[in-house]
Design a protein. Structure first.
Lengths: 90, 90, 90, 90
């Protein structure tokens, strides 16, 4: 099934790969007894990177739906779905 | 000009009115030397209330755009606008 | 009762006053049928301003507690209180 | 060097390990063409899990500092550090 993010799939996968590395790095920081505040700073960085993936998904999804690819007559449902997903991020 | 939130205008205004009261209440807490942590708790409440207004605007906007009210040929622009607005909230 | 934010009270009150004005401005934008995305942008601005007040309260509170003003033997309780307050903001 | 989170090190490592798995799962969802909104929901879950790690670090750090383990005379510096770290999370 085609999705809004199809074109950006490689880019999204690369980003997620990098975030996975960031989380692994956080584990290493904890294992190596790094300073709390430095770990918090890296958590913020990983969180921002995740937020960017979310925003790209929203962007691609919105483009996909707006260009008429969402099932006709389901516009309210699609809008609710998106708003609820964003609500869970805030 | 018609907007997505037209139908919910009264409800949005009521919510914003209540948030304005919450912020005024925060000022009163500071003026009355209330305990920091209690003020932080009320800040979280006001913040959540603002987030709910944002989510309702996103919902109404998405419904409006998806139901074909957005100018034809501007779908990418609309999607970018929305994604960028969400990005500023995260 | 003395609090961590005593010295910054005027500054905090000024900030909260300004945020109250921002929320009132949001109400006016809705009443005047302004464009959703522009309202969302202003919501982000009000939210950031609230976050800054929260951070200042955390800063003053931490300074106050760390400089020995928190009741002895209650350090764990104070730390939990702070962590829980931050948890509600995230 | 002793840190606030020493006692919770195993628990933190377990949590970070689980989050790493969540991020890997996100990559798999993208690779498998899962539905955007479902991916967004899983991003929210990973983000919340990261936030919980951050809150635990703040809690342990605050306990550590408040119980007198932070270098004397550096209380303002410690408080600023913490407030700035939280500011980057909001």
């Amino acid at each position: 099934m085609a999705h809004g993010y199809d074109e950006n799939k490689d880019r999204l996968l690369k980003r997620l790969n990098r975030i996975e590395g960031q989380i692994r790095g956080l584990g290493k920081m904890v294992a190596d007894d790094k300073y709390c505040i430095d770990i918090l700073t890296q958590i913020s960085a990983a969180r921002s990177a995740l937020d960017k993936v979310a925003v790209e998904l929203v962007r691609d999804h919105a483009k996909h739906c707006l260009s008429g690819h969402s099932a006709a007559g389901k516009t309210d449902e699609k809008a609710d779905e998106l708003a609820d997903a964003i609500s869970r991020m805030l």
